[in-house]
Design a protein around this ligand. Structure first.
Ligand code: IMP
Ligand code: MG
Length: 184
């Protein structure tokens, strides 16, 4: 993606839908939720690169139970802002998670295809437990049925950017979540 001017780049940030403060507050709640479930037992936070990296970094600092962190990378193929349905794992976990309490940390659940594919793979590794926490959920868009244990924000069918989420690899560093504008 190329921008000829900074104002072109900025013009695609349509409006803020979730502020940095709102995110911070919800993450504190999510951290308490995790602490309550595991009650001092060690956990492994697994996140899918790259979209979840900022959420994971903040969430990890909101939990008090002993926690390890590991990453995988999955590519869901997109035509513009629409998922094509194909999911490919491009980086595997380093940690052997068999016998571990695992939490899958997701940025956004849209059609549900990426997560359902990844969850199937994780279950085959025999974790002791497997929970799902997602920053954003777009339930209207679901194609594959999926439930989460904790969803921080439910949003309508919009393409969003910021706080880890990208459009064409840009905008991940915005401290808030905004609606992306496709108009030129
Ligand atoms: P799903 O497989 O359709 O559920 O899509 C999951 C992945 O698509 C997410 O992990 C994101 O990388 C990407 N995605 C879905 N919706 C959005 C969005 O609104 N903004 C940015 N990325 C998105
Ligand atoms: Mg993405």
């Amino acid at each position: 993606m190329e921008f000829s001017t900074i104002s072109e780049y900025q013009s695609k940030i349509n409006r803020i839908i979730i502020t940095a403060d709102e995110i911070k507050q919800k993450i504190a709640e999510a951290g308490k939720f995790i602490d309550n479930i595991y009650d001092g037992k060690p956990i492994v936070l697994v996140s899918i690169l790259k979209g979840s990296f900022i959420f994971l970094a903040d969430l990890a600092r909101a939990v008090s139970v002993p926690c390890e962190i590991d990453f995988m990378e999955a590519k869901s193929y997109y035509e513009s802002t629409e998922s094509s349905g194909e999911v490919r794992i491009t980086k595997e976990l380093k940690r052997d998670i068999s016998g571990c309490h695992v939490i899958m940390v997701e940025d956004i659940i849209d059609t549900g295809r990426t997560l359902s594919h990844v969850l199937k793979l994780l279950k085959e590794k025999n974790p002791l437990s497997l929970h799902v926490i997602t920053l954003l959920d777009k339930p209207e868009r679901r194609v594959v049925p999926l439930t989460t244990d904790f969803s921080l924000f439910t949003i309508p069918d919009l393409f969003v950017i910021g706080y880890g989420l990208d459009y064409g690899e840009y905008y991940r560093n915005l401290p808030y979540i905004a609606e992306f504008s496709e108009k030129a």
